[in-house]
Design a protein around this ligand. Sequence first.
Ligand code: ADP
Ligand code: MG
Length: 380
Amino acid sequence: MMNDVPVIQAAHHLPATNNESTTKNHQPLPGPAAPTMNQPNRTELSALGEFGLIDRLTQGVQLYHPETRKGIGDDAAVLDLGGPQLTVVTTDMLLEGVHFDLSYAPLPHVGYKAVAVNISDIAAMNAIPKQITVNIAVSNRFSVEALEALYAGINSACAEYKVDLVGGDTTSSRSGLVISVTAIGQVEKDKIVYRSGAQPNDILCVTGDLGAAYVGLQIMEREKQVYLANPDMQPQLEGKDYLIQRQLKPLARMDVVHELRELAVQPTAMMDVSDGLASEILHICKSSAVGATLYEDKLPIDGVTYTTAGEMQLDPTTCALNGGEDYELLFTIRQSEYEKLKNHPDVFFIGYINEAAKGINLITKNENRVPVRAQGWAHF
Ligand code: ADP
Ligand code: MG
């Protein structure tokens, strides 16, 4: 994998953009000045975490248009622009050094992934993706050819998910590559699925398998450290292709969205697994005001994930619950829909929804009941 890194040539300098001088804004902005480092009312980002921060920043958000059916709080915003279809919109940003490391992620894979993670959020609404826009911030560390490689991956994802790249923005960066994609999709009004529709006795389903992308990342990080310590060492990646592919080139489960339609299964709630199954179950339960019971022995974990986690002293269940970046679909169905899905080779029934008062619990392999907590995110 290490040999796949494209050669990055110095070339091509993009001018820094500064549009501020052209902005005529005479209205003073409301609110107090932002606290500085030595002011006592400074709150550290780590005190809130990602979701606490989003809640805090968006608590004053007002919606001015009746067309906005759903704003912040689901995998995509939902707009009713007239006609039989709803429009869904989502955006996700990938940063070099935070979401990808170019010492092992080839640029075409980064481009593909930036699109796929957005398509995954469209899939999570049970919608069909139609268009994307792409914003990039690049430094002169990148050659034109390197950025063409990035776009080869973007184009490949557009072809795979049948989406039109319709615009974007290009600017300079002083701190590595940034790529931000916005995706737009459509769904018939009666087919939209929110996070909020789960009800007691619904069955919790997840597609594919979990934890592989996380274990793949750990493997590549380990090999990078070995390589940095001794560049003559060859990376030990034999037999780990599946894990690496899950990390570098995740697939959005549009196939499942189409199959659910063919089988006439309408999930009651759905979201994609980007932060880790535990975190996503907590989201569905919070949005739906319900609890859930989850069975450790029903979690789908691929054999290679299982053995490699073991080799690396990682607990496979923890990888499946808290690893993240699986980009599978987590959804709930009515019991009456079970027959239609029970023979689906890629849908796993991992538990059921219960009343909120019963909490959100994992039944372990040795039949202990432990509350599910999201370990997940620690970007700050
Ligand atoms: P996902 O993991 O499905 O992409 P996120 O956890 O990133 O969703 O975001 C949760 C919700 O918060 C979404 O509705 C998203 O649009 C919204 N959101 C995230 N960051 C911001 C932000 N900086 N400002 C406004 N809304 C945001
Ligand atoms: Mg999502």
